[in-house]
Design a protein around this ligand. Structure first.
Ligand code: SAM
Length: 217
């Protein structure tokens, strides 16, 4: 049986404003706990990962808000949203006037969610379906929201991001202090209190930083 990805997204989400960026509407989980549980059957059967794309994570929200407050960082620039999930940061960059925006995620369902969310916000976002880790496509800015929650993935992504940053790419990370964030190599640019899903985070607000690497832009 084929798995209809667009139908799955529409059935399990509703279009809603992001708490820290109400001007951006995303297909967000209608029933967060229920959707997470569904991954045990429907998504797992279709060999798809957990539905990260159905949530606006604390790191993404904080960085999206930071871009609204500092639009010149991305205006006119080539921007990559790495680990895009819903595409929140790609959409925030497009709204801030980025010249070319790409979004990358390893989850095929996220690709569909990003397309649908981009359309809902009249944003032009180009999808990168390949693994870009290790590549340098000469992005001016790379944005990463909430990518430090699994050890192997975080180590791989952060090592590469750090290399890009030291070669002159502006790398901005939104993160509420997840376990595998190397804080000692980062400098906090701003802090936001971010409303989050209680069933996922076990709290209603998370203090979240926007980070850059030390000794980099
Ligand atoms: C917690 S979600 C964050 C989504 C979004 N940035 C936000 O802040 O709302 C992390 C995302 O990273 C993606 N991801 C994990 N490993 C990746 C990799 N190697 N390359 C690209 N994306 C990856 C996951 O599929 C997931 O969608």
């Amino acid at each position: 049986m084929t798995f209809d990805r667009a139908a799955f997204i529409k059935f399990n989400t509703h279009l809603a404003g992001v708490p820290l960026r109400p001007d951006i509407k995303l297909h967000l989980a209608t029933d967060a706990t229920g959707l997470w549980q569904k991954t045990q059957d429907e998504l797992h059967a279709a060999n798809l990962p957990l539905p990260y794309w159905a949530f606006a994570w604390a790191g993404g929200q904080a960085l999206a808000r930071y871009l609204q407050d500092h639009q010149t960082l991305v205006a006119g620039k080539r921007v990559l949203d790495l680990g895009a999930g819903s595409g929140l940061l790609a959409i925030a960059a497009a709204k801030a006037g980025a010249a070319h925006v790409e979004a990358c995620d390893i989850d095929p369902l996220a690709m569909d969610a990003i397309s649908m969310n981009a359309v809902a916000n009249s944003a032009v976002v180009h999808l990168l379906r390949e693994d870009v880790i290790g590549l340098d496509r000469h992005w001016d800015v790379v944005l990463a929201g909430d990518i430090a929650y699994e050890p192997d993935m975080a180590e791989r992504l952060i090592l590469w991001l750090e290399q890009l940053a030291h070669k002159g790419t502006r790398v901005l990370i939104g993160d509420p202090g997840r376990a595998y964030l190397p804080r000692d190599r980062l400098h906090s640019l701003a802090k936001y209190e971010v409303p989050v899903s209680k069933c996922l985070e076990d709290c209603e607000m998370k203090l979240t930083d926007v980070w850059r690497f030390k000794d980099a832009m």
